[in-house]
Design a protein around this ligand. Sequence first.
Ligand SMILES: NC(=O)CC[C@H](N)C(=O)O
Length: 271
Amino acid sequence: MERKLADTHTSSDCDIVIGVLALQGAFREHIAHFSKVPGVTALEVRKKEDLEGLDGLVIPGGESTTMALIAERWGMIPELRTFAKGGRPIWGTCAGLIFLADKASGQKEGGQALLGGLDCKVQRNFFGAQINSFESQLPVPKQLEPFQRGPQDYRAMFIRAPAIMETGPSVEVLSEYRLSPEEQAVTEGRESVVVAVRSKQLLATSFHPELTEDSRWHETFAEMVRRHIAGNKATANGRSSSSASLSSMGSQRSGMSRPANMPVYGSQDKL
Ligand SMILES: NC(=O)CC[C@H](N)C(=O)O
């Protein structure tokens, strides 16, 4: 595929290629979303060679044990770890968050391979089984530029979702979910759990933005990827990467806000 990353491009308009791990789960829905974000080409990643030339990677929701087993069978775990260590941006949604976490509790017997890198402890299936899946409107994370357009809340869909129980110092909390009194009763009085974080080049969400019609999480990740590229270019040119400001990137795009409350993509049964 021909790529356009000319030096004359600013960070805000350079074309980027984002891979979506397509071993299992909701990868098609992520690709459908990225097709709505200008300048983004999204590709399925099915084998280790597909990781070459990507600017960023999404690990979708699905079933993290199954995804890890398939990745192991295809010999992809070392390459995925190398990709993560290399510093290119990765976004994990739901099972993808579990995959990125340094620690996960509630694993199946025998455990599961984790990529790690995200200094968090997650609890698998924190919100219960498939039948306990639910939706919630959460306030937008103020620090993310794409969320300054459109509604002041976003639709979060939790499907056998994990929660982030502990975060390390490098982790920035983007969203929390307030637990009901009944939920607090079974979590030793904990009032909320973390459901979205960012840490350096990693983004992770407990819920499924790809199953809604709101592309602002996808725009956020595309910005992280562009900022990473701009930072690398600035370093290569001996300049400070702070010249790549998120707000200046966002201000050049217009007409991209969409109503959050739109139909769900596809069937949840396949998750
Ligand atoms: N929707 C999801 O991605 C669910 C994640 C699933 N509970 C797991 O542990 O992998």
